[in-house]
Design a protein around this ligand. Structure first.
Ligand SMILES: [Zn+2]
Ligand SMILES: [Zn+2]
Length: 215
């Protein structure tokens, strides 16, 4: 079985399921490789997926493999796009390569390093790993949620995970954008930040979505 093609099919099935889709024709179309129908047959035989009529679905085994692939892909996007500041197109290309060979422990290290981001730069959810549970956070991350910064410390915003998209514009108008340097002045009863010469208070839902690198 062609591993790369199999992985791509699993991944597309996962993304399609996020949109409530399971059409066989759409899957084949989306992959755009003439070997796809043959690969799907083999995957069905191997127990990764189930095909019935125009419907394709992930089985438990396929679901686990797809979940790991998606997790690696979306974490790689965060790493290359937000931290290494590689352009979106190139980040996507690298993520598509790296997802096939990142080992589970390296994947968890990348996740920890990035402060366990809940979404990729496109806003899609990153499946959680073992490292994301509160009790397994051992590594000191490079990127952390604003709330983990100590009062008085400064950080550069690496990325923002908005609780709702409409907030991004409002945050941007306040200067809360990737690259801005902020100083955390207070955590309780509300978060108070200083950006340039402006001091502002934000609620905890917003503070939770701001990921910074301490400087
Ligand atoms: Zn993405
Ligand atoms: Zn994690």
């Amino acid at each position: 079985m062609d591993k790369k093609l199999t992985d791509e099919i699993l991944e597309l099935l996962w993304s399609m399921r996020e949109k409530g889709l399971k059409s066989y024709a759409r899957l084949v179309d989306g992959i755009g490789d003439k070997d796809t129908p043959e690969a799907i047959r083999k995957m069905e035989k191997a127990g990764l997926i189930t095909v019935s009529g125009d419907m394709v679905e992930l089985n438990v085994k396929g679901d686990h493999r797809a979940r790991d692939l998606i997790r690696r892909h979306r974490l790689a996007e965060r790493l290359f796009y937000d931290v290494l500041e590689v352009g979106m197109g190139e980040s996507e290309t690298v993520a598509c390569e790296i997802e096939h060979f990142l080992s589970p422990s390296v994947t968890d290290s990348v996740c920890s390093f990035l402060g366990h981001p809940p979404t990729c730069p496109h806003g899609k959810p990153i499946p959680r790993g073992e490292c994301c549970s509160k009790y397994k956070r051992s590594m000191r991350p490079l990127v952390m949620q604003l709330k983990e910064l100590e009062v008085g410390a400064k950080g550069r915003i690496v990325f923002i995970v908005p609780s709702d998209e409409s907030r991004i514009a409002r945050l941007a108008s306040l200067g809360i954008i990737p690259g801005s340097i902020i100083k955390l002045k207070q955590k309780k009863p509300s978060f108070v930040l200083k950006i340039d010469e402006t001091t502002l208070a934000v609620d905890s839902a917003i503070a939770e979505g701001i990921y910074v690198k301490q400087i």
